[in-house]
Design a protein around this ligand. Structure first.
Ligand code: ADP
Ligand code: ASP
Ligand code: MG
Length: 401
């Protein structure tokens, strides 16, 4: 009997009708002789609505109480789904993250899973039950309820699949798999039948929302194959697993991210270890640097540029303001309209010709490239975020057709 972990996102569970449709899919999977664990997100936009509600009460909701509030969203969908399955004659039982032993560290709103004590889940499965688990939540060793950060249900699903040594992990959303670009933006985007773990990780971390980057990273680390599919049809979706192609260099996808910011420290004294200090201070606040580059306007001064997620802008500005205060001279400026566009595919970063064609295509649109980074399987250009969508469309036409 195979064990299948399925994850259903908010759009798959948006209303009672959708919940019934998902229940029917789960019951079908069970009746085919599989054991099933279903991980659920909150219904539709429930999590966004709960965040808005908290902000109406206070502009700065406390992190612990925010976790208490947001975990309620998944409780609603998990219990309704269990009821809908019972209505179809299936036997299901729903659990919160803490009930199924999803143990996290203590960082509210962005906890990491430390371990999964899955005995209770295994017992339920051994009794033939379908287990429904609330995604995106866990409990810390000091028994506080935590959340994994927005979009965290994908991570819950892959982590459970790893812990239970599942035979398959299926992530259902409103698109039939991973496409060569966001299908909502590029109507001609192509569905990719398969991707390597590494390609998926790069697509996810540069803006393809369909699988959360942490889930993609976890799958890659544990070599847990994942299939991304739609809960609205029976398309076979995209299989993410070990690389099969050898050395052929192909652009698989074009991604974009409109939620970045760039901070520039201009005219700081050369050789003052400013960059090292800024990086250390940002690390203390757990602010990830997406990219760093520096310019040398000449003389004894340099300009330092940091690209970060816009969500980290305020703490980063504070950190850099303080660093600047200790220097003789220099200026801090912020560009909060930064976005990025990336080409992803094994080998693309090692091909100078591909980078040259990318820059030519962007120049043809008169897009000013603020910075570029590349790795073996990704090339990313930073630009004004208003330009990212037309850049994706042009690059899709240039590289994919
Ligand atoms: P869920 O709520 O089920 O977790 P998400 O909204 O997080 O679903 O992810 C699905 C969305 O990801 C799609 O509606 C699609 O617009 C978007 N998306 C962005 N880039 C891609 C891509 N390359 N392939 C497929 N979907 C993508
Ligand atoms: N409901 C949570 C969110 O909207 C978790 C998830 O959907 O993955 O972020
Ligand atoms: Mg999602």
């Amino acid at each position: 009997m195979a064990l299948i972990v399925q994850k259903y996102g908010g759009s798959s569970l948006a209303d009672a009708g959708r919940i019934k449709a998902v229940a029917a899919r789960i019951v079908r999977t069970r009746r085919r002789g599989n054991r099933v664990v279903a991980v659920v997100s909150a219904m539709g936009d429930t999590t966004d609505d709960l965040v808005k509600l908290a902000r109406q009460v206070t502009p700065a909701p406390g992190q612990r109480e925010l976790d208490m509030l947001l975990t309620a969203g998944e409780r609603i969908s998990m219990s309704l789904l269990a009821m809908a399955i019972a209505d179809l004659g299936g036997e299901a039982i729903s659990y919160t993250g803490s009930q199924v032993g999803i143990i996290t560290d203590a960082r509210h709103n962005r906890a990491r899973i430390l371990e999964i004590r899955a005995e209770r889940l295994k017992q339920a499965l051994d009794q033939g039950k379908i287990a429904i688990v609330a995604g995106f939540q866990g409990v810390s060793l000091s028994r506080e309820v935590t959340t994994l950060g927005r979009g965290g249900s994908d991570t819950t699903a892959v982590a459970l699949a790893v812990a239970l040594e599942a035979d398959a992990c299926e992530v259902y959303s409103d698109v039939a798999g991973v496409y060569s670009a966001d299908p909502r933006l590029v109507p001609g985007a192509r569905k990719l039948p398969s991707l390597s773990f590494e390609e998926m990780l790069e697509l996810a971390s540069s803006g393809a929302q369909v699988l959360h980057p942490r889930a993609a990273g976890l799958a890659a680390r544990h070599r847990m194959p994942v299939r991304c599919l739609s809960s609205f049809n029976n398309d076979p979706g995209t299989h993410i697993g070990k690389a099969r192609r050898m050395e052929r260099v192909v652009v698989r996808g074009i991604t974009h991210d409109k939620s970045l910011a760039m901070l520039a420290l201009s005219g700081v004294p050369r050789g003052g270890r400013t960059a090292t200090q800024v990086v250390a201070k940002l690390a203390e606040r757990e602010i990830a640097i997406k990219s760093f580059f520096h310019g040398a306007p000449g003389g004894k001064r340099v300009d330092l540029f940091f690209v970060i997620s816009e969500a980290d802008l305020e703490p980063a500005r504070e950190v850099m303001g303080r660093c600047l205060g200790r220097l003789k001279g220099g200026r801090l400026s912020v560009n909060r309209r930064i976005g990025s566009v990336s080409l992803v595919g094994s080998g693309v970063g090692g091909e100078a010709g591909i980078i040259a064609r990318m820059l030519e295509a962007l120049a043809g649109l008169r897009i000013h490239v603020e910075g570029l980074t590349s790795s073996e399987i990704k090339v990313t250009c930073f630009m004004d975020r208003g330009a990212t969508e037309k850049a994706v469309m042009k690059l899709h036409k240039t590289f994919i057709g």
